[in-house]
Design a protein around this ligand. Structure first.
Ligand code: MG
Length: 373
């Protein structure tokens, strides 16, 4: 079997000059083979940047387009191809967007392998540990209390026992944050887990510690990305002092960044995004690192049903795969791109047993939202 084509497809719901909030654009890939098998993958990154990294012509040996590196290769040789892509894109890559692009392609290679061998990806990864995975739901708070109560009721109606809020100005005004958390805690009661995402908004260690002290009464399950990304010293001090579990890592790529993050800051929870960290292949290394450092693996995941399927297969096959993020976006790229979207059932995500990733794309959705420049 040989790879004969690699497509990088940029999808976007709003016009190019209108904003996206979450899940309204996507970069999906399709790897075509000479046997007719097609693998799909995606990355939650900047679609236009990733598309360029895949399609660009070679400038020299360590600055090559990823498509060119894969054409003619056997798609089943995933580890060798992963290394070939990393090496061949080194000058523009090693971290960040090039690893995001490689993540998408790696996921598509695993999809092909599963279809070729006639097994789900979780079987290729060594076998599933569970048939369903507990999920948590994330929402961006609105300025209006009634709207927030309504959002939370809808989350609970889906059977979720764990919810997270962040974005929409949360973290900018402590009094407003306290008022919001009071409303949410009232609405969900004391048994539902509640976590907050600061998206790096708290200024520094001292500021973050003050805020943690002020929010202690809300029994927070974890605090996500409280400090700016490069403040590892501040984060380590916060982890040691605040008494609330700290999480992060959704923007990191490769085992090397995760190893530094885990060793330098000792978070309780690590949150790689399978479509950014280096794909399914690299998640295996990050899962192992998390185990070594005693951190719980709770992946970030907020894009299309392709990301969801890749995450579910991986988590099913991980001993530590007990909690998954389930997108609450009503974007058609989440709801409709994958025709057989893995559902949320009573707060849990069932593990599918179809071959490969098992996703069926809706060509009409691709056609409708494809960006053609
Ligand atoms: Mg986050």
């Amino acid at each position: 079997m040989k790879i004969i084509d690699v497509e990088a497809i940029w999808l976007r719901v709003p016009a190019l000059d209108e904003p996206c909030e979450w899940g309204e654009d996507a970069l999906i890939v399709r790897i075509h083979t000479d046997t007719g098998l097609v693998g799909v993958g995606e990355t939650d990154s900047s679609p236009s940047v990733v598309k360029a990294l895949i399609e660009m012509p070679a400038s020299h040996e360590t600055c090559q387009g990823l498509r060119q590196l894969l054409i003619g290769e056997n798609p089943l040789e995933i580890d060798r191809l992963w290394k070939k892509m990393v090496r061949g894109s080194e000058y523009v890559g090693r971290r960040g967007a090039a690893i995001h692009a490689i993540s998408a392609l790696d996921i598509a290679l695993w999809d092909i392998a599963g279809q070729h061998y006639g097994v789900p990806v979780h079987t290729l990864l060594g076998g599933k540990h569970r048939d369903r995975i507990a999920a948590y739901g994330t929402f961006i708070p609105k300025p209006d209390e009634t709207a927030n109560r309504q959002i939370v009721r809808e989350l609970l109606a889906q059977g979720l026992k764990s919810i997270k809020l962040g974005g929409g100005g949360f973290g900018e005004d402590l009094n407003a944050d306290k008022a919001l958390l009071k409303v949410i805690r009232e609405e969900i009661g004391k048994d539902v887990k509640l976590q907050i995402d600061l998206v790096g908004r708290w200024r520094n260690y001292a500021n973050a510690l003050t805020q943690c002290d002020a929010l202690r009464g809300f029994n927070l399950n974890w605090i996500e990305e409280p400090l700016p990304s490069d403040d590892s010293e501040g984060l380590l001090r916060l982890v040691q002092q605040c008494g609330i579990r700290v999480s992060g890592g959704e923007g990191l790529a490769t085992r090397h960044e995760f190893k530094a993050f885990l060793a330098e800051t000792r978070p309780a929870i690590v949150q790689p995004d399978i479509t950014r960290c280096g794909g399914i292949s690299e998640m295996r290394h990050i899962d192992e690192l998390a185990r070594q450092y005693g951190a719980q693996l709770v992946p970030h995941g907020f894009s299309t049903g392709i990301l969801l399927a890749a995450t579910v297969h991986f988590m099913a096959a991980s001993e530590a795969g007990e909690l998954i993020e389930y997108s609450q976006s009503d974007s058609p790229l989440f709801r409709n791109l994958v025709k057989n979207l893995i559902p949320l059932q009573n707060g849990h995500v069932p593990v599918p047993d179809r071959h490969g990733l098992g996703v069926e794309l809706d060509e009409g959705v691709i056609d409708r939202y494809r960006v053609r420049l």
